[in-house]
Design a protein around this ligand. Sequence first.
Ligand SMILES: NC(=O)c1ccc[n+]([C@@H]2O[C@H](COP(=O)([O-])OP(=O)(O)OC[C@H]3O[C@@H](n4cnc5c(N)ncnc54)[C@H](O)[C@@H]3O)[C@@H](O)[C@H]2O)c1
Length: 275
Amino acid sequence: MSKWSFPQGDLMKGKRGLVMGVANDSSIAWGIAQQLAAQGAEIAFTYQGENLERRVRPLVESIGMDTMIPADVTDDASMDAAFAQVKEKWGKIDFLVHSIAFAGKEELQGSMVANTTREGFRRAMDISVYSFIDCARRASEIMPDGGAIICMTYLGAERTVPSYNVMGVAKAALEASTRYAARDLGVKGIRVNAISAGAMRTLSLAGIRGGKGLMSTGRDWSLLKEDTSMEGVAGCALYLLSPIGRSITGEVVHVDAGFHIVGVPDISEPGGGAA
Ligand SMILES: NC(=O)c1ccc[n+]([C@@H]2O[C@H](COP(=O)([O-])OP(=O)(O)OC[C@H]3O[C@@H](n4cnc5c(N)ncnc54)[C@H](O)[C@@H]3O)[C@@H](O)[C@H]2O)c1
């Protein structure tokens, strides 16, 4: 059933946690969940609304899990109920995966200066940034023995990327929030990190004008000359969430085949090629 293959093991044996942001079988959260499950984790899933439940339930059941909780990150009552349900089920958790973002289609095209409305900015920041701070607080309250939290970011936080616009601004704030959360929660033994993934074919990417071009440029300019793999992203998530990621906190780890360090791509010259 899976499009990817993940190494089995017991790095997450005895660990329980929440994965937020599975919308379909292409979601980054779904790849991460499969890798964590393959290493023995027990996972509860949140989903955004009834429409998604039908798509997400068969996935969750395919890996032998059954806990699915509705959660709209813009709605405090929904978030209160979701975390109360997790607490009631397990009492405490060991990890949290936040893989949630949103900006309107109208914002994800053309000029950032011309197309960012006050409401569009507020919505992007609320869903893509505040929700992470809110989840980190709620999760930390049910992590009495310490734990690990991750979120998903993109190079558009650090460099300009066409059409990424207000989402780049939101990702910059998300990365700063990761560092501040790591600072606040370190004393509780909770590590907080972000994964900066290269462009991947998901529903979110489809919302960005020219999203396919972000994928092809990401591959062609990358050092490995390949697309960012779900296996690589999920493997990094496993590393950051399991005991082998011990001592690592406040980091933004790039998983993008080396794309982020390229200033100028290889120049092919007639009869020559890259030096
Ligand atoms: N696809 C990429 O190229 C890429 C690259 C780097 C980072 N990311 C980030 O990865 C994360 C996951 O995105 P994805 O690419 O897997 O796409 P996706 O569309 O599969 O996942 C986005 C998720 O956000 C959820 N969401 C949106 N608004 C919500 C709300 N109000 N309440 C609850 N959930 C809400 C959606 O239901 C969905 O599950 C996002 O943070 C995205 O910015 C994606």
